[in-house]
Design a binder for this molecule. Structure first.
Ligand code: XCC
Ligand code: SF4
Length: 633
């Protein structure tokens, strides 16, 4: 895209109205965004990298491998299958590590909360008790903080555990557990699986692609049923399990007359503290003093999802909008912690009054300000950050807020909520959902998760979702995919009548829910594991996840975390389709991922570039499951 050629509209990949509107303003034309950088690079992506056959794990290389060409194997003799499997496993390990480090922070914050050392409290006692039961913790006659402390310590031990198996694996359907046991992929400890994956993919260790993929499976389970699930559950206990609420999404949520502070990253400990501090009378008085009517907190990426789900705080933008949020010139500070923060954000704000504030010692950035988030004084840190932002308010120069671009959404569909809404208030069971699937009113479930990026058009999620809804597939969404769907209007209850097939529309209208359910952030994909398990346990739809009429996709995956998520879904029996995967450079690996894994775990990966065809593949997979269950009338 070249803005000199008349603004962003020359890039036909942008369909988002707010982004288009903003990039066509004079003040945004000086800003260089990822759209520009893609255009300016002038070189296409490396074919070896795209196919997974570039190996640079030792200094005899880097070696580019061509499958089937003898002179083009690695200097060490590594074949295409080995190199592709190693690279794939390393992606899974990196994604798992990201979720793990996030989860560890949450568990540590949880322990401090149980000790009464944070401004937070144990909110969801019912969930606390359920988790205590899973971990074999006595609840009778004990104070909630005492139970929470024991739970926190046991959860923390799961990270460093060296032997045995992770506790929450036993929440999975029996048959799934048996498969994992038989295949030898039960994770022993969360950190151990990441370390072992890195070791086994070091030069000259594991050189049998199926064996490497077995470890990739084990590592991913340590993410889904370990790190991510711990994070979701303990965060819910501490900050409240999401319930349905109305909120707003898109750039238009920024406010002219308030101090705009956007929270970008992943760990809700900081964001929750900022939410509390933003209501503090002292902070509000400071804001008034500089002429602002208040503090407008708005989320970006998954931190945005966390506070949107639990507090109804608006989301200003998703991953691909992080630069746009700043290009408005209306943001006093963007507070970031870890993951998915583009280094370019610090450049976008050059010449503007906006500060990028890094807050985690793990993640610093040139040209940003660092204000460490002190875990033993979260409120103090949050107030210091907000005070800094308030002081910027008067310096705000030219700005443009695409005011008309904000969409109503109904969010907050934790698996408990889905249970409650589709299962009936008193029964608290998934039976009515299962019944609706069995009688065909709902064809099945489609999970639309993961990131966004700039290589494809930004309406890919929308196109897939609409195709699914038309065919009566209920859509569950997380991550930036959820935000994209919200922005396009699919999280309004009224969207059911506009986009769904007749029978799905009827179900949504009866319940009063939107046809796309926002389930949360990326760690909250673990909610989907629990929901799928609950459906299996309810009966009528087979004995394990692989029999359910459900299919997942993270079409615009960008982050390594998305591959870890996809891998744990496949290893848990759910069919997963991406737009592409870096495995095409090896015939054997390609075959194994898209077919062979099915024999091992009951599900496999697939990929498809075209969004409509991708959706149709999902529908076909769901129909296949219905056929096998004998319910495809
Ligand atoms: Fe990052 Fe989580 Fe992907 Fe969005 S969806 S781009 S991982 S923020 Ni999680
Ligand atoms: Fe090349 Fe083998 Fe070293 Fe990889 S491990 S860079 S294939 S020599």
């Amino acid at each position: 895209m070249s803005k000199s050629k008349g603004g962003c509209t020359s890039c036909n990949d942008i369909t988002g109205a707010s982004t288009k509107d903003l990039l066509n303003q004079d003040l945004a034309k000086q800003v260089r965004t990822a759209y520009d950088r893609i255009e300016d690079r002038g070189v296409s992506a490396c074919l070896f990298g795209s196919g997974g056959t570039c190996c640079r794990i030792c200094n005899m290389g880097p070696c580019q491998i061509i499958d089937g060409v003898e002179q083009m194997i690695g200097i060490c003799g590594a074949t295409a299958a080995t190199v592709v499997a190693r690279n794939f496993a390393r992606i899974v390990a990196a994604g798992t590590a990201a979720h793990t480090d996030h989860a560890r922070e949450m568990v540590m914050g949880f322990i401090e909360t149980a000790k009464g050392k944070t401004p937070h409290e144990i909110k969801d006692v019912e969930k606390l008790h359920a988790m205590a039961e899973t971990f074999g913790i006595e609840i009778e006659g004990r104070d909630k903080n005492e139970i929470a402390l024991e739970l926190g310590e046991k959860a923390l031990a799961e990270f460093g555990q060296q032997q045995g198996t992770l506790t929450m694996l036993k929440r999975a359907p029996k048959k799934q557990q048996e498969i994992w046991k038989a295949k030898g992929v039960e994770p022993r400890g969360i950190d151990r699986e990441v370390v072992e994956t890195m070791h086994r993919t070091h030069m000259g260790v594991d050189q049998e692609y199926k064996n490497i993929m077995k470890q990739a499976a084990r590592c991913s389970l340590a993410d889904g049923w370990g790190a991510s699930m711990l994070s979701t559950e303990l965060t819910d206990i501490m900050f409240g399990t999401p319930v349905p609420r109305r909120a707003l999404i898109d750039l238009g949520v920024l406010k002219e007359d308030q101090v705009n502070v956007t929270v970008h990253g992943h760990e809700p400990l900081l964001a929750e503290s900022l939410c509390m501090a933003a209501e503090d009378p002292e902070i509000l008085a400071l804001a008034k003093k500089v002429g602002a009517k208040g503090i407008n907190l708005a989320g970006v990426c998954c931190t945005g999802n966390e506070i949107l789900m639990r507090r109804g705080i608006p989301v200003a933008g998703s991953f691909i909008q992080q630069e746009m949020v700043l290009a408005t010139g209306a943001v006093e500070a963007m507070v970031v912690d870890v993951q998915c923060v583009m280094q370019s954000v610090a450049q976008v704000v050059k010449g503007k009054h906006t500060d990028i504030i890094t807050t985690n010692y793990r993640a610093k950035m040139p040209d940003a300000i660092h204000m460490q988030f002190e875990e033993d004084d979260p409120l103090g840190s949050a107030k210091a950050i907000l005070t800094h932002a308030i002081n910027n308010f008067k310096k705000r120069g030219d700005y443009y807020i695409p005011k008309d671009n904000k969409l109503d959404v109904v969010v907050g569909f934790s698996h408990e909520t889905i249970n409650y809404m589709l299962g009936g208030r008193f029964r608290k069971s998934y039976r009515p959902l299962n019944d609706n699937i069995i009688n065909g009113r709902i064809k099945g479930l489609g999970a639309l998760v993961g990131c966004e990026h700039y290589k494809y058009s930004d309406d890919v999620h929308f196109k897939i979702a609409v195709e699914l809804l038309k065919n009566n597939v209920l859509v569950l969404a997380t991550g930036c995919a959820a935000q994209a769907l919200g922005r396009m209007g699919l999280m309004r209850p009224e969207a059911a009548a506009e986009y769904c097939g007749e029978s799905l529309a009827e179900v949504c209208e009866t319940v009063g829910m939107p046809p796309v359910l926002h389930v949360g952030s990326c760690v909250d994909n673990s909610r989907l594991l629990i929901a799928l398990t609950a459906m299996v346990k309810e009966g009528g739809l087979g004995e394990d996840i692989s029999e359910l009429p459900a299919c997942g996709t993270a079409p615009l995956w960008m982050s390594e975390k998305a591959v870890a998520i996809g891998q744990y879904f496949v290893t848990s029996g759910a069919h997963v389709i991406f737009q592409n995967l870096p495995v095409t450079g090896s015939k054997e690996m390609n075959e194994f991922i898209t077919n062979g894994m099915k024999e091992e775990y009951g599900a496999c990966w697939d990929y498809e570039e075209d969004p409509i065809k991708l959706a149709q593949k999902m529908i076909k997979a769901i129909d296949g499951k219905r056929e096998a269950l004998g319910i495809n009338k």
